[in-house]
Ligand binder design. Sequence first.
Ligand code: ADP
Length: 397
Amino acid sequence: MNILVINCGSSSLKFQLIDSDTEEALGKGLCDRIGIPGSFISFTPRGKDKITKETEIKDHNDAIRLVIEALTDPETGVVSSLSEIGAVGHRIVHGGEKFNRATIINEEVIKAIEECNDLAPLHNPANLIGVKACMDLMKDTPMVAVFDTAFHQTMPEEAYLYGLPYEYYEKYRIRRYGFHGTSHDFVSHACADLLGKPYEEAKIIVCHLGNGASISAVKDGKCVDTSMGMTPLEGLIMGTRSGDLDPAILEFLCDKEGFDIHEMLKVLNKKSGVFGLSSGFSSDFRDLEAGCKEGKANSIRAVKAFSYRVAKYVGAYIAAMNGVDAIAFTAGIGENTCFVRKMILEYFGYMGITLDEEANQKRGEDIMISTPDSKVKVFVIPTNEELSIARQTLELL
Ligand code: ADP
């Protein structure tokens, strides 16, 4: 069956058509600047060049219409008609406590997702616009919601509760939810396979290090902790997000800089992380790596702080699981930045982790980067969130 995977933001829509038999993407693309001047669609059919068309995209219905046109185009399309698309899997950011797995979308599910909007006001409403546009234009095609938060719903209370008055959890469901669930799910399963251990018996730490970054601890087939919290701001130092900090800093900085709370949050989300630490040099590890090689102090301090924070979380999760069998690195930085992996793993010499320097230079495939005698195995596993969404969609149908 061909499954269309949709990841819809407020002004962009990413899509991929996946053949579930071969698990290959038949085509993938992006509608960008939806509702904004300069909108365009780009589409790459498998094995062919990218086609980009500048065209007015008024709203998400327009975008979905263009996606269907691109996929079914007689010359450059990848299917001959809409009937060859068996289902649509939608990425939904926040499922709150209502969803601990993917679910078939109906009116009731849409309502329940809307009830989670408060928890992800920038993402969930945009995700739902995509769902509704697809439902309008593909009336007979089943739709499935796959949540970023669902994988982490197995966390025990001691991991998901904050040290706040309990009434705030009761009244507002303020707790740790975690994100990047489809990636942590996909990579932890692949890691157990590479380890040659049943998923239900393995202790795995997944480091999803992209522009947004999070770590999860997966024990006996269940996520037991993760670094992102009620929102994706908590945890690691990220591209532009601060991650953990003393909450009293917020009041202090608001007083000193004259920020209101919204401006403060903008600083924490958009101007912090390695971007802020490098004094605004870059949030991209390609630039930071070059900066480190040139001996630039701004890049060195940012990368060191990033790596140290990752190592601290890995250490904490080894304690949380009372051991670890394997550590997996994934996402843009985790898959590509070997010098950062090396910096992180150097903190774990005491655990008997030894790095295979040559293997650590490779990229683009599942690979073990620890030496055969390393007590804990370390892998690089390219993530594939779209395939994970397609698999979950198929499983439900
Ligand atoms: P997100 O999905 O959160 O936007 P990605 O997983 O795509 O993030 O990761 C993006 C980041 O990965 C970039 O900002 C960059 O820091 C890093 N990255 C991507 N490719 C490379 C590369 N070839 N070498 C070093 N870093 C890379």
